[in-house]
Write a new protein. Structure first.
Length: 205
């Protein structure tokens, strides 16, 4: 399966309100127990996502290297994981919930990231700021479950497949934003900013 196929396998939705929820659903051709271990075992997480440390149990805390940290709010193996997702000096409300279920010989994966982003940030970037990041993470998980290697995040946007994947993700989140009621001009502007952030044009030497 190529990377664009992975992109089209996912369903994206924005639930808009004071709190914004980006929702990603897709199917993985792996057993629920395998996917659960991949998202909870520290060694496996570091191979497709990023290194993690902390007291990794219900009620404990975690820290992703150079990224978010928080509390483990719910943990019901092998079907439900919910954590607070805090980054920066004033993160506000932010939670991530992952649900797994057996489906068609594999696993139905659903991720919901709910937050209260500052209005000025949301008006500039919309759901793509969070959504594209999660699309990249879910690609990493897919490649890991297939036995593949993690993509090089520093250069992924410079490859043909990588650029197509990122631009396709941003466009898809724009459509989710539009479906939630955003005007066309707002969607176009936020998608352009997301493209510039995640897939900047290669500078000419």
């Amino acid at each position: 399966m190529n990377m664009i196929d992975h992109l089209t396998r996912a369903h994206r939705e924005l639930i808009d309100g004071k709190r914004k929820s980006v929702v990603l659903r897709r199917h993985y051709d792996a057993e629920v127990s395998d996917v659960w271990q991949a998202i909870t075992d520290p060694d496996r997480l570091s191979r497709w996502f990023m290194p993690i440390s902390g007291d990794l149990r219900l009620g404990g805390t975690y820290q992703l290297e150079g990224n978010a940290g928080g509390e483990i709010l719910r943990c019901e193996p092998p079907s439900l994981l919910k954590v607070s997702w805090l980054f920066g000096p004033d993160p506000g409300f932010s939670e991530v919930e992952v649900r797994l279920a057996a489906e068609d010989g594999g696993t139905r994966f659903e991720l919901v990231h709910t937050a209260e982003p500052p209005e000025e940030f949301w008006s500039q970037y919309g759901p793509g700021a969070t959504g594209v990041g999660w699309d990249l993470a879910l690609l990493g998980l897919a490649l890991h479950l297939e036995g593949g290697e993690k993509v090089d995040e520093a250069t992924f946007h410079l490859t043909e497949d990588g650029r197509a994947y990122i631009l396709g993700s941003a466009r898809s989140w724009g459509e989710a934003h539009r479906a939630a009621g955003a005007p066309d001009d707002v969607v176009d502007e936020t998608v352009a900013r997301i493209n510039a952030f995640y897939a900047p044009e290669k500078e000419e030497s």
